[in-house]
Write a protein that binds this ligand. Structure first.
Ligand code: SF4
Length: 91
């Protein structure tokens, strides 16, 4: 049984695109949204689009992504002595 403070979506959230299984993409407490009738985010295309747009804006590069980009850049630079960079592969 879910408490109203539980961040997990409830059974009624099934099929909703904002249902992220362990949390809701829009509301902190999904059970509260259903307490007084149908959740206003259920199958709401506009809210889903807003969620996707917010996700795209908020995405910050992780350390791993930054490191990969640097490595890709390094592979394309040739060495000062004219010998092409092996690109990370072993000699
Ligand atoms: S938007 Fe509403 S229906 Fe959809 S997952 Fe969140 S609480 Fe559930």
């Amino acid at each position: 049984m879910h408490s109203h403070q539980d961040p997990k979506p409830i059974g009624k959230c099934g099929g909703c695109p904002l249902n992220l299984k362990k949390s809701c993409g829009m509301f902190e407490h999904p059970a509260e949204q259903w307490a007084h009738g149908r959740c206003k985010g259920f199958m709401n295309a506009k809210m889903f689009e807003a969620f996707v747009a917010a996700q795209a804006r908020e995405h910050e590069k992780t350390h791993k992504e930054i490191r990969r980009e640097k490595q890709e850049e390094r592979k394309s630079i040739s060495h000062v002595d004219g010998i092409p960079n092996p690109g990370g592969s072993r000699w």
